[in-house]
Design a protein. Structure first.
Length: 646
């Protein structure tokens, strides 16, 4: 074993070989293994003071995985995570980062810290748990027997940033508040007759090595105590179940937890923990409790009581004020919009938004081209720690040539503000009105909500709240940063379908600006995905000059064709060449081998898929005898135009 990966004495370990179907019957603790067993282990829990970033990239080539790793490593370093080791896996790579005193945090706080970082880097959320396991480097992988050695090891320990700890503590407080409410509302009196988890353990075998001691027994003890029964009555109910369904366990082990419950050493019944246990260990791997996420707390709209609704007869329509669109940022963001800025991770969303914020607050040109209405700005930052945010602010101000301190823009830094909590929104409304704020940035959406972003019902409630905030804050412009879905394909999809979460986001937003960045290039492609107030701006190339010392961010629009090629991927370039070739040769039906263009086979395949998706090609026949038909929209349009003119 490479000394970078330390297997701790209490770590869960096992050996699995899926090729030969050989495996240990049960998981073991490392300290209990023989020397021979220790040399054979190929799956183990990772150290308690580390966070595992599991990058699973199915369908990617080795070269693409290596490229992703280099990009991911830059993201880690940017956020001051410089101590880690890494190794390949069959479909991606594992990065394990060591954090100072992470293992000393209380379990719930530790879990939230790990969750914060794992979500930030969009890696496998299943690896947040302390009971998570990983394939070991330098050992035959359990799936294919291949050995993956550690290829990078940066020794030392990373610091957990204080702002992350503050945010995590606030989340834990909210979690504990919810747990208290659940314990208050739950029917413990009929627990042994009606509770679904108790009925599950009553009717199913609960095998060893499923965390029975730390998950089931303490919760069962709390519920038994809260049922109001005495110890003898509890024993008569539970002892037969332990004897029958908990092989290797006896009632004495449970009674220790029961004594803690009766002495109030343990107080809370934790259905969240039991749901997690069920998804890992139950037969159908499903949660047992319906713990609906906290719903959006609705704000009250302070309507004018004189007229609840206004109606206009046709003859009166000419008297309706037709307000002309005012552009907060010329052509891009109308004043009073609820606007989304959407892009993938590391696509310059935050840097761009801070550029917008300072351009608006100081009345400067955005992208050195577009006029802005000088306005007071509040930037709510729930995404980046203070050192990262301050670095971005410094670079943007240098890019805009702002040398003075501004009293026209204000920031929050990881305050755990929620847009679905009535109390937080009322405080925001008061602050915005008191300080005459005209523009609000929220970076980014997922940090401001407590519910699942895929819930259409809750998202609709959130937008109703945002509209009330806008109304009560004198037509406030609200700009929200949001993430695009992970795109496992290298061909185009409808931009509206790429926004993560419920389709209500696209339907309810007034405008959406999409950002695309090609890795390794200081440039972004930016365009409207949606714009209700005017013509949608499409395909603008924005270059970013970082200066000789790489310490500024000067955004400017480029109209040079040579610059635009920087943003075109190989499949996109290939797709253009295919269309040119088909027009030149006047091909309507063809096979892949008929294309005499110089591109790798994979690139050609991806380009063809891209053209099918956008409707330029159709395909038919089996995979081996696949044929394609070319739908030349440009030629068809010319015919239509000619007929129209005649």
């Amino acid at each position: 074993m490479n000394e970078a990966f330390i297997i701790e004495p209490d770590a869960r370990v096992t050996y699995i070989n899926q090729q030969t179907n050989e495996r240990w019957q049960n998981w073991k603790l490392y300290k209990e293994c023989t020397k021979q067993e220790k040399e054979k282990i190929n799956l183990a829990a990772y150290p308690k003071n580390t966070i595992l970033f599991d990058r699973d990239l199915p369908g990617k080539s080795s070269k693409e995985i290596e490229h992703d790793y280099e990009k991911f490593k830059l993201m880690l370093i940017k956020r001051k995570i410089t101590c880690f080791y890494s190794y390949r896996s069959p479909k991606g790579c594992q990065i394990i980062a060591t954090f100072k005193e992470l293992d000393k945090l209380k379990p719930e706080l530790k879990k939230e810290v790990k969750k914060y970082y794992v979500e930030m880097f969009e890696t496998d959320p299943a690896k947040i748990s302390d009971r998570g396991v990983v394939s070991l480097p330098n050992r035959p992988h359990f799936k294919n027997g291949e050995i993956f050695n550690i290829f990078e090891w940066n020794k030392g320990e990373n610091e957990i940033h204080e702002s992350v700890l503050i945010s995590a503590r606030k989340t834990v407080i909210e979690y504990e508040k919810n747990l208290t409410k659940i314990n208050k509302d739950k029917d413990f009196e009929h627990y042994f007759e009606k509770d679904p988890f108790f009925l599950y353990i009553k009717n199913n075998i609960i095998p060893d090595n499923t965390n029975r001691d730390m998950a089931i027994f303490p919760n069962l003890a709390v519920a038994a105590y809260k049922s109001g029964k005495n110890k003898l009555e509890i024993r008569q109910i539970i002892e037969p179940i332990i004897k029958k369904n908990f092989p290797g366990k006896n009632y004495a082990e449970f009674s220790g937890w029961l004594s803690k419950a009766f002495s109030n050493t343990i107080k809370d019944y934790n259905p969240f923990q039991l749901n997690t246990w069920m998804t890992i260990n139950s037969k159908d791997k499903k949660e047992i409790y319906d713990l609906t996420p906290i719903t959006v707390e609705q704000l009250e709209d302070k309507k004018d009581t004189k007229e609840k609704f206004l109606f206009y007869w046709d003859k009166d329509l000419e008297n309706v004020k037709n307000k002309k669109t005012e552009w907060l940022i010329e052509k891009w963001i109308p004043k009073g919009d609820i606007c989304f800025i959407a892009g993938k991770a590391a696509s310059f969303k935050t840097t761009l938004s801070i550029h917008f914020g300072y351009a608006i607050s100081e009345g400067h040109l955005a992208f050195n081209k577009y006029n802005t209405i000088k306005s007071k700005v509040l930037y709510l930052n729930e995404e980046n720690s203070s050192n990262i945010l301050l670095n971005m602010v410094s670079r943007v101000k240098k890019g805009l040539d702002i040398n003075s301190k501004s009293s026209n823009i204000c920031f929050s830094i990881l305050e755990n503000i929620k847009l679905d909590i009535k109390e937080d929104l009322e405080y925001l409304i008061n602050f915005i009105n008191k300080n005459k704020i005209e523009v609000l940035f929220c970076d980014s959406l997922r940090r401001f909500i407590s519910f699942d972003e895929n819930s259409a019902t809750e998202m609709n409630k959130l937008f109703n709240n945002l509209k009330i905030v806008r109304k009560q804050c004198n037509n406030l412009t609200i700009i929200i940063l949001h993430h695009l879905k992970k795109d496992s394909q290298n061909y185009q999809q409808d931009s509206k379908d790429m926004l993560r979460g419920s389709s209500d986001i696209v339907n309810s937003a007034d405008s959406i600006i999409g950002i695309k960045r090609k890795h390794g290039v200081n440039a972004i492609n930016i365009e409207h995905i949606k714009n209700r107030s005017g013509e949608e701006v499409t395909n603008k190339l924005i270059l970013i000059n970082t200066g000789d010392d790489k310490n500024k961010a000067y955004f400017y629009e480029s109209d040079k064709e040579m610059d635009k090629t920087k943003m075109v991927s190989a499949p996109e370039n290939c797709a253009e060449k295919i269309v040119e070739y088909l027009r030149e040769k006047k091909l309507k039906t063809f096979r892949k081998n008929d294309l005499k263009i110089n591109f790798p086979y994979d690139t050609l395949t991806k380009a063809l898929k891209m053209l099918i998706l956008e409707g330029t090609l159709t395909s038919f026949g089996s995979t081996k005898n696949r044929q394609f038909s070319f739908i030349d929209v440009e030629t068809i349009q010319k015919v239509i135009d000619t007929n129209d003119s005649n």
